[in-house]
Design a binder for this molecule. Sequence first.
Ligand SMILES: Cc1cc2nc3c(=O)[nH]c(=O)nc-3n(C[C@H](O)[C@H](O)[C@H](O)COP(=O)(O)OP(=O)(O)OC[C@H]3O[C@@H](n4cnc5c(N)ncnc54)[C@H](O)[C@@H]3O)c2cc1C
Length: 278
Amino acid sequence: MLSQLGSDAKLLAGGQSLIPLMKLRFANPSHLVDLNFIAGTSYIREDNGTLRFGPLTRHSEIEDSSTAAKIPILHDCAAGIADVQVRNRGTIGGSLAEADPSGDWAVVLMTLGTQIRCLSTEGERTIDLPDFIKDAYTTALAQDELVSEIAVRVPPKGSGGAYLAFKRAAPVYPTASVAVQLVMDGNTCKEAAVVLGCVGLTAIRANDAEAALRGQTLNEQSISAAAEAAREAADPQPDMRGSTEYKRTLVAALTKRAIAIASRRARGEQVEAGHLYA
Ligand SMILES: Cc1cc2nc3c(=O)[nH]c(=O)nc-3n(C[C@H](O)[C@H](O)[C@H](O)COP(=O)(O)OP(=O)(O)OC[C@H]3O[C@@H](n4cnc5c(N)ncnc54)[C@H](O)[C@@H]3O)c2cc1C
C-alpha cells in the first residue's frame, strides 16, 4: 500500500509522534497506512544471543517484559518514556523511525549493538543503527520501506548498563540523557559504550569517554575523566530546557551516575535507576 500510495502516504504505528504532528499541521499525509492490523508485529524473542523486537512492540510491553528485567538498561528506558498512556500506545519501531533527537530508544540501543531490519516490495535489508539514523528526523528508510524488526545483541557475561534521563516532568522529552553499557572484570572495565541523548541532532557516541574507561580501574579519577569527555562530546542547543552550559554540566553529572550504576549492575547488584525529574 505504501508503495502504491506514494510519498504523501504515512505509516501509522502508535500515533504518539505522528498524530500530535498532524494536529499541529506539521504533517499532512494524504493517506495513513495503519500497521496495527498486521498480526505478529509485536513480540520480544531471543535466539542465538540476539534479542528480536517486533516493530509494533509497545514501550509498556518492553517495560513489563522478562527481557527488560534481565537487561535493566532496557527497563530504564521503556519505563521512563512519557506517561502510561504514551507507553501503552507508542512503539519501539515508531520511535526509531521518527528519529526524534530527544527520543530515548536510539540512545540506549546504540550502546547495545543494534541492527534494524527494513522491508519493502524490493526485499529486505539490515542496517546498523548508527547508519540507520542519518540526522534529526531523518533515517535511511526509503519512502516505501518500513522497519520490520529491531535486532539487539545480548550483552556478554559481566555486563551492566544504565540509562539516566533528566526531565522537567513525565510527559515531556528529557533535557539531556546518558546511556552507559560496561563489560567489567572485577573493578576493571573491559569494554565501554557511552551515548548521549538530546544534546545533538542525533544520539552522540562519546568515543573519548569510552576510551577513558576502557582497560581502566573504575575509580574517582577514571570516572571523572569519562564525565569530562562526555561533557566535551555534547553539542547542545540552548532552549527552554536550559542553556548550552547547563546541558553540558547535566551530561557530565548523568555520565558519572550512570557509570556508577552500570558497574554495580555488572557485579550483579540490583540497582533501581531511570529518569530523574527536576
Ligand atoms: C506527550 C508525549 C510525550 C512523549 N515523550 C517521550 C519521551 O520522553 N521519550 C521518547 O522517546 N518518546 C516520547 N514520546 C514519543 C513516543 O515515544 C512515541 O511513541 C514514538 O516517538 C513514536 O512511536 P509511535 O509508535 O507512536 O509512532 P507513530 O507516531 O505512529 O509514527 C512515528 C513516525 O514513524 C513512522 N513509522 C512508525 N512505525 C514505522 C515502522 N514500523 N516503519 C517505518 N516507519 C514507521 C510513521 O510513519 C511516522 O512518521 C512522547 C510522545 C508524547 C505524545
